[in-house]
Design a protein around this ligand. Sequence first.
Ligand code: ZN
Length: 62
Amino acid sequence: MSLKARAQEKVERAGISNYSFDQDVLVMCGVRYTIEACECGEPDCDGVRLNKNMALMGRALQ
Ligand SMILES: [Zn+2]
């Protein structure tokens, strides 16, 4: 499964339906999240991590 598909699953499991993808960036409520593989090894880890894209947010504020 691709990272993007895993991220989509994670978001839907959280009950969020208001999201979209901009290429490989997840956009939720106007906030962009980069999708990264997570290798923490926690038993309940779904293998994907969403990071707020600070660079883009900063640019939007200028
Ligand atoms: Zn993890």
